[in-house]
Design a protein around this ligand. Structure first.
Ligand code: AHM
Ligand code: MG
Length: 336
């Protein structure tokens, strides 16, 4: 391989030499990457592009949408609907799945995305991103509906995210490890900058929104209290805390240098299983983290084995360095 490997070369190798992915999936991922490039350009224009601020609408979960939430959603839909490799798409920003219109050829894959993750950071110029996941349309299905998306994360054939930070990066798995590509803004191409990313098993860094502390259930409180006790506590070492409030940025840091990310369910809404969305956030991030040697649970079970019951299902999330995720999960054994 040439010294600089492009996204296309990387995917062609997975397709041709390793026989890991069909050509249709490669083409689909290239279109997703192209859409992310476009979203990244819109993000980087900021106030000059008129993309900041509220859109004046609410999404299906009653959250107010930012202009960029809407722009990113439309960019992904438009880029992907005519490619011929998809049967339908589902988005955090849409009530129901979007079936590929009849005027375009239909493929065998389903694409899910959180078009703009970290919306609260858009207007303050802090890293945000796009998260995506690819499933197969179940065999024999001619007209896909929301129900056909309700597959456990173990069925994902690809997942990844684009992060719009100081540089724009694409982090991807097709089930053969995790690779990171950096966008060369001058040539417009994605260049492989890290392959086979590994998350260290141990860490000294954790990420949680500590302002919710008073609402936490005992297992999470116990785990974080032990971290905060530092070298004099049961863990015998000092821990550092980081919370960007963009899952993409927090997970990117963990893939880069280790750590644990937590968004637990809490007492504010005892009937809700958490804040983050299983299909658009937790499953794709869990696939990446597991492929990098880490772990991801909801405190009770492996996230990727959860059988979703609805498209916009929420879930508690503990992911990152394996030993830490196993520890906090073990604290949940007697329930919370
Ligand atoms: P979003 O998809 O609407 O942006 O919400 C998800 C985000 C995550 O990126 C992040 O981890 C979390 O919400 C932050 O939540 P909080 O503001 O409660 O700290
Ligand atoms: Mg999100």
């Amino acid at each position: 391989m040439a010294s600089k490997v492009s996204l296309t070369q990387y995917l062609v190798e997975k397709q041709r030499e390793k026989g890991l992915i069909p050509a249709e999936l490669r083409l689909l991922l290239e279109v997703v990457a192209r859409a992310c490039k476009r979203i990244g350009i819109a993000v980087s224009k900021g106030a000059l592009g008129g993309v900041l601020g509220d859109a004046g609408t609410d999404n299906v979960q009653g959250e107010s949408q930012k202009k960029l939430d809407v722009i990113a959603n439309e960019t992904l839909l438009e880029a992907n609907e005519w490619g011929g490799n998809l049967a339908a798409m589902a988005s955090e920003e849409m009530d129901h799945s979007y079936t590929i219109p009849h005027r375009y050829p239909k493929g065998e894959f389903l694409l899910l995305f959180d078009p703009l993750d970290g919306s609260s950071n858009i207007d303050v110029n802090v890293s945000i991103g796009t998260i995506f996941s690819v499933l197969r349309l179940p065999e024999g299905v001619l007209a896909p509906t929301d129900d056909h998306f309700l597959q456990p994360g173990t069925k994902q054939v690809a997942a990844g995210y684009a992060i719009y930070g100081p540089c724009t990066m694409l982090v991807l798995t097709v089930g053969d490890g995790v690779a990171a590509f950096t966008l060369d803004r001058e040539t417009g191409s994605w260049t492989l900058t890290e392959d086979q990313i590994r998350i260290p098993g141990q860490t000294k860094e954790f990420a949680i929104n500590a302002s919710n502390q008073r609402h936490w259930y005992p297992p999470v409180k116990r785990y974080v209290d032990e971290l905060l006790a530092g070298r004099d506590g049961p863990r015998g070492k000092d821990f550092n805390m980081r919370w960007v409030a963009s899952m993409v940025a927090d997970v990117h840091r963990i893939l880069t240098r280790g750590g644990i990310f937590m968004y637990p369910r809490d007492r504010r809404e005892p009937d809700k299983p958490g804040k983050l969305r299983l299909m658009y956030e937790a499953n794709p991030m869990s696939f990446l983290v597991e492929q990098a040697g880490g772990a991801a649970t909801n405190g009770l079970q492996r996230i990727m084995e959860i059988r979703p019951s609805k498209l916009h299902e929420r879930v508690a999330v503990f992911l990152g360095s394996r030993e830490e995720v196993e520890r906090v999960t073990s604290y949940h054994q007697d329930g919370d």
